[in-house]
Ligand binder design. Structure first.
Ligand code: GAR
Length: 196
């Protein structure tokens, strides 16, 4: 069988990436993280990778003529890192179609809302939480789902709910949701890997 490989994509602080690193170190995920792909050279996620001895690669869409060429650059790196599972952990841009097609069923994303609500183009990071509050929702949460060509619309694997509390700001709600993300994401990863 052999050890399973995970590749993580992130764009920012990488707290979900850290939750995966910690779960691997605690043996609650039975795999190794073979690399981090980012679209931003100046982010905390890269420091988290180097602290954990994980290689990272910055791949900027602006350096490619189109989405296909950008995707081919990602596929090249993936060929090297041989993921059994790709995890989008706060990756804020669309993954090119040639990548999602090649890894269909083996690429998942965490989204900070109860999909299918508050997903799709324009709904990322803090904007999601602002929209939830503006709509007067009583609850929110996070969703892990498979990634396909349709932004935030792939099959849902698992969700966790949190209440929206009086006086919540996008920041306080984000924090409450993020806390659940850090539990849910490693749990789903281990569950999927155990079935591979
Ligand atoms: C997380 O809340 C994640 O769910 C969200 O960005 C945050 C990244 O935080 N992802 C999206 O909005 C994707 N559409 P992190 O970098 O600390 O893990």
């Amino acid at each position: 069988l052999g050890v399973k490989n995970i590749v993580v994509f992130a764009s920012g602080s990488g707290s979900n990436f850290q939750a995966i690193i910690d779960a691997v170190e605690a043996n609650s995920i039975d795999a190794r993280i073979t690399g981090l792909i980012t679209n931003n050279s100046n982010i905390q996620a890269i420091d988290r990778a180097s602290n954990a001895g994980i290689p990272s690669r910055v791949i900027l869409p602006s350096q490619y003529s189109d989405s296909t060429a950008f995707g081919l650059a990602i596929l090249d790196v993936l060929e090297e890192w041989k993921p059994d599972l790709i995890v989008l952990a706060g990756y804020m841009i669309k993954v090119p179609t040639n990548v999602t097609r090649r890894y269909r069923g083996r690429i998942i994303n965490i989204h900070p809302a109860l999909l299918p609500k508050y997903g799709g183009k324009g709904y990322y990071g803090e904007r999601v939480h602002r929209a939830v509050l503006e709509a007067g929702e009583q609850e929110s949460g996070c969703t892990v789902h498979y990634v396909d060509e349709d932004y935030d619309r792939g099959p849902i694997i698992d969700q966790k709910k949190v209440p929206v509390l009086p006086g919540d700001t996008p920041q306080t709600l984000a924090e409450r949701v993020l806390h659940e993300e850090h539990q849910l994401l490693p749990q789903v990863i281990q569950q999927l890997l155990s079935k591979l």
